[in-house]
Design a protein around this ligand. Structure first.
Ligand SMILES: *Cc1c(COP(=O)(O)O)cnc(C)c1O
Length: 418
């Protein structure tokens, strides 16, 4: 049997951690162990000065000139190019814009259109998992119902059912790469290969992948992808999302949200829509510049390390968390729902507990911030840029104390946002 990890072991590991210095790039309050970067990333220190610059100089002094002089108009593309290396995309293939929900709508509409105009004409289903993040399913259902062309969404209940569901009627396989609740990570390359072999297109949601796990969209030969910037990419609350359209699909990329930002000549103010060339086609209308500008502060931090280094530490943190919870809280009814197998794990660890909501509320009150997802799931996200091994040790010690003393209130009222 291996010796139990001590706090001193964790501190020593932190001293050897090559990412250690990056924690200084974030403003985290004292006394907080933040394990919710999978839901809202922490604030890069640089974001405050950047926000001040955009508000006081770019907007306040330069006013409307800033669309040109401060590069506001090009921001979606410029940020997309900075984000691209994190997901295995090329320059000119990503824009940061709109929300994940909206970008998914655009990607799905474009994928259905591609199929309808090609060998996939007649295919009518979008296949996804019932356990997918609800908005992804809502958007797919909304799109298919509004199109009224016989399309429908087919939900599968387990990963094993996916291959058979991608049949001769499947137009699009739409999956979220890392499941928001369990942290299960799909084999993107394998499932995309399967989809293509069956004549379907593969659309991937990277909400819990971008900045969390290495992603190589080109190596996987994916068709379209979308994702969040306010989670692991630390872009700020409600920061715009991103959409990836590979070069090979750009000429045929068309969606119904044909706003003026995707027009070939937006300032010609002409009648009739004519799409621009390239990734600009994925845009729709004017963006929230202040929020968009702050995304850059999060992306800058990633340029000081690699996704391989982040992944190595992420697996170290989640392995340690699982080991400590199981070795010290083993008497309590906790159930690990995150895969133990590294290849199948994202950057989180989730445990069920019959009083999961109340236990999480007690943890938050003690400064350990994770979150709760139905049913019974306590979710802990690990962000290697600012989470230390000692944080993991301390978080588990507090969890053990709360469980041992039953120091949680099962009757407490739930907040609107859990
Ligand atoms: C977080 C998340 C979203 C969020 O979508 P919004 O449009 O930003 O609200 C969508 N899909 C998945 C899979 C997510 O994890």
């Amino acid at each position: 049997m291996t010796a139990v990890t001590t706090r001193a072991d964790c501190v020593a590991r932190d001293q050897r951690d090559p990412l250690r210095a990056l924690r200084e790039r974030f403003d985290l309050p004292d006394g907080i162990i933040y394990l919710d970067g999978n839901s809202l990333g922490a604030r890069p220190k640089a974001a405050l000065a950047r926000a001040q610059e955009v508000v006081s100089r770019e907007w306040g002094q330069d006013l409307i000139k800033s669309w040109n002089t401060a590069g506001w108009f090009d921001l979606p593309k410029r940020l997309g190019n900075r984000l691209a290396p994190l997901i295995g995309a090329n320059e000119g293939e990503v824009v940061v814009t709109d929300t994940t929900s909206l970008n998914l709508f655009k990607a799905l509409a474009a994928a259905l259109q591609l199929q309808a105009e090609g060998a996939g004409a007649g295919r009518r289903t979008i296949v996804t998992e019932r356990s997918n993040f609800p908005t992804d399913i809502y958007m797919a259902e909304g799109l298919t119902q509004w199109l009224d062309r016989g399309y429908r969404v087919r939900l599968v209940d387990s990963v094993d059912e996916i291959p058979a569901a991608v049949d001769a009627d499947c137009a699009v396989l739409m999956l979220t790469h890392v499941n928001y609740r369990t942290g299960y990570q799909h084999d993107m390359a394998e499932l995309t290969r399967h989809a293509h072999a069956a004549g379907a297109l593969a659309v991937w949601d990277l909400a819990h992948s971008a900045g969390a796990v290495p992603v190589d969209l080109h190596a996987a030969n994916a068709d379209f992808a979308v994702g969040c910037t306010y989670k692991y990419l630390n872009g700020g609350p409600g920061a715009p999302a991103f959409i990836w359209v590979p070069q090979r699909h750009q000429a045929a990329f068309a969606h119904p949200l044909t706003g003026w930002w995707s027009h070939a000549k937006p300032f010609a103010m002409s009648h009739g829509f004519a799409a621009c060339e390239g990734i600009g086609r994925a845009l729709c209308g004017t963006q929230p510049v202040l929020s968009l500008a702050l995304v850059e502060c999060g992306l800058e931090v990633f340029e000081e390390t690699t996704m391989a280094a982040i992944r190595e530490k992420s697996l170290g943190l989640t392995d340690l968390f699982i080991e400590l919870v199981e070795s010290t809280c083993g008497d309590h009814p906790l159930g690990l729902v995150t895969p133990r197998e590294h290849a199948r794990r994202g950057s989180q660890a989730s445990f069920t507990h019959p009083h999961g909501y109340a236990v999480m509320a007690a943890l938050i009150a003690r400064g350990v911030i994770g979150d709760y997802r139905e049913p019974e799931i306590m979710r802990f996200g690990f962000t290697p840029l600012y989470t230390s091994f000692a944080d993991v040790w301390d978080a588990v010690a507090i969890l053990k104390d709360i469980l041992d003393r039953e120091a949680y209130d099962t009757r407490a009222e739930r907040s609107a946002v859990t």
